[in-house]
Design a protein around this ligand. Sequence first.
Ligand code: TYM
Length: 327
Amino acid sequence: MKKRVFSGIQPSGNLHIGNYLGALKNWVASQQDADNVFCIVDLHAITVPQDPEILKQKIREVAGIYFAAGIDPKQSIVFVQSDVSAHAELAWILNCFTPMGWMGRMTQFKDKSGNQKESVSVGLFDYPALMAADILLYDTDEVPVGEDQKQHVEITRDIAQRFNSIYGETFKLPKPVIPKSGARIMDLIEPTKKMSKSDDREGRTLPLLASTDQLRSAIMGATTDSQKEIRFDASRPGIYNLLEIYEGVTRTSREEIESKFSGKGYGDFKKDLAEEVIAFLAPFQKRYQELIDNPSHLEDLLKEGKVRAEELANKKLAEVKSKVGLG
Ligand code: TYM
């Protein structure tokens, strides 16, 4: 039996190189060895306000990005979260087994709600219960995500354990799989802050669908430091971040990269990095364009994904409902 891998990305903002290196790249890398389920988590996206037209378009965009990045619909189930109602249903049930105190410790909620804790939606607070439902519906073994999602996978384990201890073995305990490099790509201007797809200010991120000019100018304008040496030194966040991106897109070892740029300046390194990122994204963007130009094919793939996901999810939901005494 192959292990089950589940992961997802929110269709909000512009997917960037951090989403690729932290998540997508690793989904593709383990695809052959696993039974995969990849979700476009639109119900998560509406925890903050969204324009309906843009949301619809972003769902297709993220689907196109999954396939363009190398997710193969023959090997992986790809579907839209709101197409499978079992996600919302199980989330409700899990809500009733999750202490407020556990949710209150989630650092992402604290960051996202900032000083507006009274006005943000209950959905934003409750978001990890929906994520737990996503993962637990599919008997997931592994959840490949970036560093920022680790705590949400951990609370999923806690919720599963709690449910199992009351009703007997029902849910598998999933584990987060975080890459050694690329798990937390930083903002190009403020490299002490995570690169965020909801930040649309110029030069902060490297969007996967950006033009070559946009990519080049963001990299050339990235914050570094006043030192010279090009080395993987985590205490120098700007250059370290750019080196991690270089490592991620070229698949070259750290030693090789350091020796290649030994004695060279930041300007030379940035120019090289920009060319590598552009060369890396060009074939990806071409595949993406082909997919997006054929919307009926994309719709068919998502419909097929929905049917396959629903079959698995409904089985698990029925088991849970029966254990709880519902219906
Ligand atoms: P989301 O949509 O914010 O991000 C998608 C994936 O990209 C990773 N990521 C990053 N990795 C490296 N550097 C960064 N700067 C960076 N920014 C984002 C994230 O860790 C994530 O893996 N709650 C999730 C979506 C979700 C999910 C799930 C994931 C919903 N249900 C079930 C796994 C399993 C989220 O908001 O990710």
